[in-house]
Write a protein that binds this ligand. Structure first.
Ligand code: NAP
Ligand code: MG
Length: 397
């Protein structure tokens, strides 16, 4: 008998090579063992275009309802994609839309195997990046300043009070941007980070540029300090873990010299950039998982990489590709484990753990995709195509 699920997962399908991998994983690694219940949303670019992107908003709302979702990588359209897919509009990044609905913090952690040691040789344990997933430049208003003139930043309070400051007296054309964040979102970022540190028993670091940005970044620093003092100090002491704040420049230097094994909370842009650096230094972008945790306890799991377009073009032309499915498999196992935990179905959690073990065992047995084979320090028995690799996992599972 297959393992039963009581509550559905929100399944968000995606684009290109990862869409192919998505169906392979479901068909060969999950559905034979689990009576899979999902609420399916097709976030493939064609369907986003056909529904005027309503499908993305509906999917995000569904995650709020069912509390757990798993998402395939999706194309964020640009000018070239507009033409390639003959789009009606340049739809916003689906991840951006989902984050705006769910708020929350994205935790990204590398998947370590015995075959690949980190580029930074003193890193022994994973470094998890906690990325604030709301506001800043991702929700900014930008202008191309076309001519000489004065730029002002104006706020009108509900009370009618106005505040206005000159940003710059432009003597020539230039560029201008205004961005924002909210106390409520910064507070939930802080709480999500403290909670995650406690639940994984790792130290928490937080960094920003408060020496330069005294009010904006200064607010982030103050909110973290306040919430730590009032709500987490004792819990951290009991758990034997630490919280500390440092300037982002100093954090970068310390991270490189560290052993790993901690959570690094970063503002939205810092987290975007630093997670790519950390995943690359741990081995491969294809070995990084990502989970969006919202303040009201909803979880959305995905791989940190994109749709692997270059491999897709080759696959479409009938060529063989060796695309690594591990991060996408771990997105599924993360979601299944969480579903099992929330619904009290330990068989589901147990299955997901077995699938993770089988995946890592396959790599450690010497069967891996090309990206890992190039980095592997242990013997490579076979460089597998995607489907071959999935079949190897299946035989171990
Ligand atoms: P990408 O899809 O992550 O791929 C960049 C390169 O990294 C690939 O060409 C490949 O290198 C390597 N790579 C990434 N994942 C791999 C895997 N699983 N197995 C093997 N190699 C892997 O990033 P991109 O090319 O910048 O973006 C492609 C599309 O994805 C874009 O349309 C973008 O909007 C979208 N995207 C979506 C998300 C998301 O949904 N979360 C995130 C990022 C990007 P080689 O070609 O050298 O083998
Ligand atoms: Mg990025």
């Amino acid at each position: 008998m297959k393992i039963q699920m009581n509550v559905p997962l929100v399944e968000m399908d995606g684009d290109e090579m990862t869409r192919i991998i998505w169906s392979m994983i479901k068909e060969r690694l999950i559905e034979p063992f689990v009576d899979l219940k999902t609420e399916y949303y097709d976030l493939g670019l064609e369907n986003r275009d056909a529904t005027a992107d309503k499908v993305t908003r509906d999917a995000a709302e569904a995650v709020k309802k069912h509390r757990v979702g798993v998402k395939c990588a999706t194309i964020t359209p640009n000018a070239q994609r507009m033409e390639e897919y003959n789009l009606h509009e340049m739809w916003k990044s689906p991840n951006g839309t989902i984050r705006a609905v769910l708020d929350g913090t994205v935790f990204r952690a590398p998947i370590l195997t015995k075959c690949v040691s980190p580029v930074v040789k003193n890193w022994k344990k994973p470094i998890t990046i906690a990325r604030h997933a709301y506001g800043d430049i991702y929700r900014a208003t930008e202008y191309r300043v076309p001519e000489k003139g004065k730029a002002e930043l104006k706020f009108t309070g509900e009370s009618g009070e106005e505040y206005c400051e000159t940003v710059y007296d432009f003597e020539c054309p230039g560029v201008l941007m205004a961005m924002y964040n909210k106390d409520s979102s910064i507070e939930s970022f802080a709480r999500a980070s403290f909670e995650y540190a406690l639940s994984t028993k790792q130290d928490l670091w937080f960094s920003s540029k408060d020496t330069i940005s005294k009010k904006y970044d200064g607010r982030f620093k103050a909110v973290f300090a306040e919430i730590f003092e009032n709500e987490y100090k004792e819990k951290f002491e009991k758990a034997g873990i630490e919280y500390f704040y440092t300037l982002i420049d100093d954090a970068v230097a310390r991270v490189i010299r560290s052993e790993g094994g901690f959570i690094w909370a970063c503002k939205n842009y810092d987290g975007d950039v630093m997670s790519d650096m950390v995943s690359t230094a741990f081995g491969s972008l294809a070995m990084m998982t990502s989970v969006l945790v919202s303040p009201d306890g909803n979880f959305e799991y995905e791989a940190a990489h994109g749709t692997v377009t270059r491999h897709w073009y080759r696959y479409r032309a009938g060529e063989k590709t060796s695309t690594n499915p591990i991060a996408t498999i771990f997105a599924w196992t993360g979601a299944l484990k969480k579903r099992g935990e929330l619904d009290g179905t330990p068989e589901l959690t147990d299955f997901a753990e077995r699938l993770e073990k089988a995946t890592l065992a396959t790599v450690e047995d010497g069967y891996m995709t090309k990206d890992l084979a190039l980095l592997s320090e242990t013997e490579v028995k076979k460089v597998c195509e995607t489907l071959e690799f999935i079949k190897e996992i299946r035989s171990r599972l």
